[in-house]
Ligand binder design. Structure first.
Ligand code: SF4
Length: 443
């Protein structure tokens, strides 16, 4: 064993994918995962700054780690990774946290690897050991991971007024298809049953590659890979999702009938100020088109409440749109200005209590819609891909193709299998059922 590592991750699935990749690189060099972070020889914090709260959490963790390093573990390597790190920010951060050895922008895991390879304590390591790392699951996932995240586009060029991502992850670019397909084949060979193709705007896949390389094509190619049960993709953007993609989902059995399409606000005035690039009616048309091809499609969305200038009337448009479209799940964020974004120059004029009030009202509506949708599944048999055994509750946890969470009891090992489960209890955010043998599935 070369030493130990720990990676703490917060934020989106893109960060999850980066952390897994870094873990596989460290393990190829002989490092072994340990916890807690303060006991590791290499401690990595993979951060998110989309809102203030995850940034505050990372700063608190980092401060704790710095205290340990200064007090009793001077040889510890501390690396800060992810969206907290941009070019300009790295210089400010180095002043603020002088005990951090390495700063890595999102996906730039090689910066830490180079640092380790040049470090006196690890001079016996060499780059050739990394050859296998690219397509290998880290040990912690190897035995039990059923799903994996595979980035297909990196960065974002859209520049929504409130969003810090383009400043931290750079302009969008597509990964080469051969690279993606080799990675998915390797994951499937290691036992992964479901892959999630990721992009900040995943529908933009291929725009910078040769003609004809579209996400629809990529989904069909990934679905051909032996061993995989399911393929998903996220996140879609209303200005880019098109009929070719929707039809590919409808026509490709392994691709789940599941979409994540943030609408962010119902009011055209606010959408324009956010620079989202579509109107309320255009969003409505996309949902209609999806339901034309896939009547039972599951559609999740994101909404921001309390954006600068959002009046009660604007917010009511958000509520009305959601009530009308009956989407499956809504991730709600209260607006908070992020440095250097366009909206940070606007007056953050919706008081905190009002933001909270709107969040609660939207949450209540979402719970009501979800409860109704879940109740429709009562008594039906659904196909569940089993992802985990929960020892403390003595039950299995999995998801339907529509991404509904299902719990059930089963004596035996069914990890990674597709199980037919009859739904006996429904709640707004999860379902409980009973295993039934060889029946027709309905979800
Ligand atoms: S589409 Fe907009 S919100 Fe999404 S990552 Fe790009 S800039 Fe941010």
């Amino acid at each position: 064993m070369t030493g130990t590592y720990h990676i703490w991750t917060i934020g989106c699935q893109m960060n999850e994918a980066d952390s897994r990749h870094l873990a596989s690189q460290l393990e190829a060099l002989g490092f072994v995962e340990t916890r807690p972070a303060m006991e590791a020889d290499i401690a990595v914090l993979n951060t998110c700054v989309v809102r203030q709260q995850p940034e505050d959490k990372a700063v608190a963790k980092l401060t704790d780690l710095g205290g340990v390093k200064n007090a009793r573990r001077p040889g510890m390597i501390i690396a800060l990774m992810g969206c907290m790190v941009g070019k300009r920010e790295a210089e400010d951060l180095a002043q603020q946290f002088p005990f951090v050895d390495v700063f890595m922008a999102p996906s730039q895991t090689d910066v830490l690897i180079d640092f380790i390879l040049q470090h006196d304590a690890y001079s016996h390591l060499n780059r050739a050991q990394l050859e296998l790392a690219d397509y290998r699951l880290p040990a912690v996932n190897r035995e039990k991971a059923i799903t994996a995240f595979v980035p297909v586009t990196l960065g974002c060029s859209h520049a929504c007024s409130y969003c810090i991502i383009p400043y931290r992850r750079g302009p969008d670019r597509s990964r080469a298809p051969e690279e993606i397909l080799s990675e998915v084949r390797a994951l499937a060979a290691q036992g992964i049953k479901e892959v999630n193709l990721l992009g900040q705007i995943v529908d933009r896949y291929g725009f910078d590659l040769e003609e004809g390389l579209h996400l629809a094509w990529l989904l069909k190619e990934v679905a051909k890979i032996d061993g995989l049960h399911r393929v998903r993709f996220l996140t879609s953007h209303p200005a880019y999702i098109d009929e070719e993609l929707i039809r590919a989902v409808a026509e490709t059995e392994k691709v789940c009938p599941y979409f994540e399409i943030p609408f962010q606000a119902g009011s055209d005035r606010i959408l324009e100020s956010m620079r989202r690039g579509y109107t309320q009616q255009e969003y409505r048309d996309i949902i209609s088109n999806i339901r034309k091809w896939i009547p039972d499609a599951s559609i999740n969305t994101d909404v921001i409440v309390g954006y600068p200038g959002e009046t009660e009337e604007d917010f009511m448009e958000t509520l009305k749109l959601l009530e009308e479209l009956q989407l499956d799940l809504v991730h709600i964020a209260k607006y908070s200005p992020r440095p250097r974004t366009l909206s940070s120059k606007m007056k953050d004029d919706v008081p905190e209590e009002e933001k909270e009030n709107r969040r609660i009202r939207l949450d209540e509506l979402t719970a009501r819609i979800n409860a109704g949708k879940s109740a429709e599944l009562f008594g039906q048999t659904v196909e569940v891909l089993v992802e985990e055994f929960q020892e403390n509750k003595n039950r299995w946890r999995g998801r339907t193709p529509h991404n509904k969470l299902v719990f059930f009891e089963y004596n035996g090992d069914c990890l990674g299998q597709l199980m037919n489960i009859r739904i006996d209890w429904t709640g707004p955010f999860s379902l409980i059922g009973t295993w039934v043998d060889s029946q027709e599935t309905s979800s």
